[in-house]
Write a protein that binds this ligand. Structure first.
Ligand SMILES: NC(=[NH2+])NCCC[C@H](N)C(=O)O
Length: 312
């Protein structure tokens, strides 16, 4: 990797040899911002005839009043189960793909991110199907699903593998370009901000670059996320409505206008900044240490300088 490589590109190969400590940094901070996805799905899929929520704040107030604070965290088990594996897969695939592509260029940054986004859909799609179903099911003893694994097991028994992968195409359409934007934006911002070991403002700069990358990636394909949520929730609150992606887009636009494709965007962006700021900053700093430690063990002074503890 030439000297023009971004900081993450220089340290990400460390992930392949990372141990439990490094992988543990990939555990998302979803529990800190989880109510965001809760509002996002409910606002995205609520009926246009009898909308239950007027917006994010009203959604928050209604959940607290009808379901207590616990209602804000319904479905949290699913992302907590899946996101550590997803993040390890994403950063591992992105780093290796970028190395396989050879030159660290903006196009290759986008392609490596897009490859990671596509591959992680194998976990992301069933995980978000379970999260959506758990968020929208009736609370209390009459609830259909006891948790994410029970939800996926029931769907598998009733609908087979096709049922567990419901929404896979729309998930691929959302994640592939958005992860390309995610990593391209992070690489461009860390270069523009001059993120280098030894910079005393390195961590705040990484947080700013990571949070901005999360927002840019969600803005890039958010309408597809609305369609995905509607397809994954279809049939939960009445008879199935949609025959597929195009039909869902046509019906949603015809019944609710273009604004339907921005439903839940505010809560999504409010969550995206802190989660991705923490994810990117933690991964970059920890992998940089891991890379530096490896280099010291291998006696490679040049790489070891990359991540002197005093420099990060
Ligand atoms: N759909 C996306 N915007 N994907 C890129 C960001 C993914 C990131 N793990 C998040 O949950 O915010």
């Amino acid at each position: 990797m030439g000297p023009t490589s971004g900081l993450l590109a220089r340290v990400s190969p460390g992930l392949l040899r990372a141990g439990p400590r490094e992988l543990g940094t990939l555990t998302p901070r979803s529990h800190l911002t989880y109510p965001g996805p809760s509002f996002q799905v409910r606002l995205q899929v609520q009926s246009v005839e009898k909308p239950q929520y007027r917006g994010t704040l009203h959604c928050f107030q209604a959940i607290i009043k009808q379901e207590s604070v616990l209602g804000l965290y319904r479905g949290l088990g699913s992302p907590l189960l899946g996101l550590t594996f997803i993040n390890a897969l994403v950063f591992g695939v992105q780093g290796n793909t970028l190395r396989a592509l050879g030159r660290d260029s903006p196009l290759n940054q986008f392609l490596a991110g897009a490859a990671a986004g596509a591959i992680q859909c194998v976990i992301c799609c069933p995980m978000e199907l379970a999260k959506t179903r758990l968020q929208l099911q009736e609370a209390g003893p009459a609830r259909t699903y006891r948790g994410p694994l029970d939800c996926l097991a029931q769907i598998y028994r009733q609908e087979g593998l096709r049922g567990v992968n419901r929404g896979m195409v729309s998930t691929l359409l959302r994640e592939t370009p958005s992860f390309g934007v995610y990593f391209l934006t992070y690489d461009a911002l860390t270069r523009a901000l001059g993120c280098e070991p030894g910079d005393r403002l390195l961590v705040p700069k990484l947080l700013l670059a990571g949070g901005t990358s999360g927002i840019a990636s969600w803005l890039s394909t958010y309408p597809v996320d609305v369609v995905k949520s509607r397809l994954q929730a279809d049939g939960l609150q009445g008879a199935p409505r949609y025959r597929g992606i195009v039909d869902c887009v046509q019906q949603s636009y015809r019944d609710e206008g273009w604004r339907v494709f921005t439903r839940g965007l505010a809560s999504t962006l409010l969550r995206a900044f802190p989660v991705n700021a923490a994810t990117f900053a933690t991964v970059t700093v920890v992998l940089s240490y891991a890379r530096g430690e490896e280099a010291r063990l291998e006696g490679d002074a040049g790489s070891a300088a990359l991540a002197q503890p005093s420099s990060l």
